[in-house]
Design a protein around this ligand. Structure first.
Ligand SMILES: Cc1cc2nc3c(=O)[nH]c(=O)nc-3n(C[C@H](O)[C@H](O)[C@H](O)COP(=O)(O)OP(=O)(O)OC[C@H]3O[C@@H](n4cnc5c(N)ncnc54)[C@H](O)[C@@H]3O)c2cc1C
Length: 520
């Protein structure tokens, strides 16, 4: 589906939607899949692009969360490990098994983390990946030759899942559409409509691209807007007290030479008590993250200098080759939508479990949670939304719902593998003419046909959609993404029938945004 088709569905359907979801991140898209899977007439609206918010800015791990085990949140770990197993089965083209090494520099690290990881393995039950084990110093260095050898005693290897977050988001939008839902990006909800009874009856939304306003009727409205949840709750009740605490996390992207090989590094406890990951991702090394409380939600959060210094300082402690600012190919920041506990806690201690509430007027709000648990969050939300909507209750079947693109045994080293079964359609575009096979940039693993595919079939509207979320160019190498922007604008203009002036404006807007991904 593309955006024009989505808009046409929206215009043509004048009756009540059973479930209307506000927000097209992991949470909202999961809800759309769940609702459509049960056969409900489903509409999803996002004010920006799908996954433009937090859902494209994660550490890209499908994990139980070793850290939550340390914090004693065992039920969250069990739930997340179960969901990890389901996601590996339902999106094998996007989720991979990833080995992690916890290096031991203190005598007690080996036995302590060795036992911890055995518990982690056991909690995964039948959906476990591979058993963890203790490694000698030599075995650790064989797997991670760039790990600091001084003082190293050995380590523990364990396994979790890894994925491409915004690609999964797009595939969820496609899955929802395949099941009959209508996902629309760049459509902001500005108002909730209430009937005489005071119950929510629909929304007023504005198309950001064409400026058209829509009044839409719905039996139940789900607020899945992550860090923006409070703004929708305030539309419902002006006296509403904020429930969301934003916590920023940043990542630095380095060249593969800093982390050659397939294994990732996991440091469970830095000297100031945080968790640090260095993970191989699309031929680069992703290093993060931080946990900085932020007062206001923002769609395009910016990494703070002290966060960049924190990551570099710790990366230097654990790597033989010290990364400097010049080595950073891209920096990106994301805001966690944490639900405030009544008692004040530091953001790193706030639980990552999800929270659902229903207001007196029937607004169903889902907040908190993790990418990994999006399916369970959606199931719990739509269970309640169906009751609010007064539609016939049907159980979800998403545990076995294959995600769009489902394909087993893909070669993960092949850049086109992320498209899974859609790869065939991209190969068809490559046959249209020879230019479609051209690489976009020597430093990026993408070709023109992928851009054309995303414009025609994945709702992409802007250079940023194409370079940040359909491909991951901006996150892998921000300078290269900047260089290739005019070429991408040209392809967009060709597909949309736009002129040179439009292209120039698009490039200008992209450069304004992309400069924040470059460190000087
Ligand atoms: C640094 C970091 C690392 C993380 N790493 C991991 C990890 O490795 N694994 C994991 O499982 N989880 C991870 N997470 C958590 C995970 O990314 C989030 O829990 C998840 O992405 C939140 O998704 P969401 O849909 O709730 O929010 P979002 O993705 O922010 O989506 C909300 C959407 O609502 C839209 N919206 C807002 N207001 C309106 C409106 N008025 N009208 C229409 N649309 C609107 C926004 O445009 C946005 O797209 C990480 C989070 C961070 C910040």
């Amino acid at each position: 589906m593309n955006r024009t088709e989505s808009l046409n569905h929206l215009r043509e359907y004048n009756d009540y939607w059973d479930i209307l979801i506000i927000g097209g991140g992991a949470t909202g898209l999961g809800c759309a899949v769940d609702s459509a899977n049960r056969g409900y007439k489903t509409l999803l609206l996002d004010m920006a692009d799908f996954a433009k918010g937090t859902s494209s800015r994660s550490t890209k791990l499908v994990h139980g969360g070793v850290r939550y085990l340390q914090q004693g949140d065992v039920s969250l770990v069990i739930e997340a490990l179960h969901e990890r197993g389901l996601l590996i089965q339902n999106a094998p083209h996007l989720v991979s098994h990833q080995s992690f090494i916890v290096p031991s520099y203190e005598w007690w690290n080996g036995p302590f983390y060795g036992i911890g990881m055995k518990v982690y393995d056991a909690l995964a039950g039948k959906l476990g990946i591979k058993k963890s084990k203790t490694l000698s110093k030599e075995e650790v260095l064989e797997k991670i030759p760039t790990l600091e050898p001084e003082g190293l005693r050995g380590g523990v290897i364990y396994y979790d899942g890894q994925f491409d977050d915004s690609r999964l988001a797009i595939n969820l939008a496609q899955t929802a559409a395949d099941l009959g839902a209508t996902p629309v990006n760049y459509m902001k909800v500005n108002e909730l409509i209430k009937g005489d009874s005071g119950f929510i009856d629909g929304v007023v939304a504005r198309d950001h691209i064409h400026g058209e306003e829509f009044t839409i009727k719905a039996r139940a409205v789900v607020n899945a807007t992550g860090i923006f949840s409070d703004s929708i709750l305030k539309m419902d009740d002006q006296k509403h007290e904020n429930i969301i605490q934003c916590a920023q996390g940043i990542h630095l992207v380095l060249d593969k030479e800093f982390l050659p090989g397939d294994a990732a590094i996991m440091v469970p406890h830095t000297d100031d008590g945080r968790v640090l990951f260095a993970v191989p991702w699309h031929g680069k090394a992703l290093v993060g993250t931080t946990d900085t409380p932020i007062d206001k939600p923002a769609l395009e959060p910016i990494a703070l200098d002290e966060e960049i210094d924190f990551i570099l300082k710790h990366a230097k402690e654990y790597l033989t080759k010290d990364p400097t600012r010049k080595d950073v190919k891209s920096v990106f920041a994301g805001l966690r939508p944490l639900v405030k506990p009544p008692e004040s806690k530091s953001t790193s201690e706030i639980s990552r479990s999800h929270h659902i509430q229903i207001s007196e007027s029937g607004l169903v709000t889902i907040a908190g949670g993790k990418w990994t648990t999006y399916r369970k969050m959606a199931e719990d939300t739509i269970d309640r939304a169906a009751m609010v909507a007064g539609v016939e209750f049907k159980k979800t079947k998403t545990k076995n719902q294959r995600i769009h693109g489902w394909l087993k045994n893909v070669d993960k080293k092949d850049p086109l593998s992320v498209y899974g079964s859609d790869r065939v359609a991209i190969e068809k575009i490559m046959e249209e003419n020879d230019s479609m096979k051209e690489e976009l940039h020597p430093g990026l693993p993408y070709i023109k046909a992928e851009i054309v595919w995303a414009i025609r079939n994945e709702w992409a509207q802007t250079i940023e959609d194409l370079l940040s979320r359909r491909t991951r160019a901006l996150l892998l190498d921000a300078e290269a993404a900047i260089e290739v922007a005019p070429k991408v604008a040209e392809i967009l203009a060709e597909e949309f029938g736009e002129d040179k002036k439009w292209q120039k404006q698009e490039v200008k807007e992209f450069l304004e945004l992309a400069k924040n991904y470059v460190i000087n």
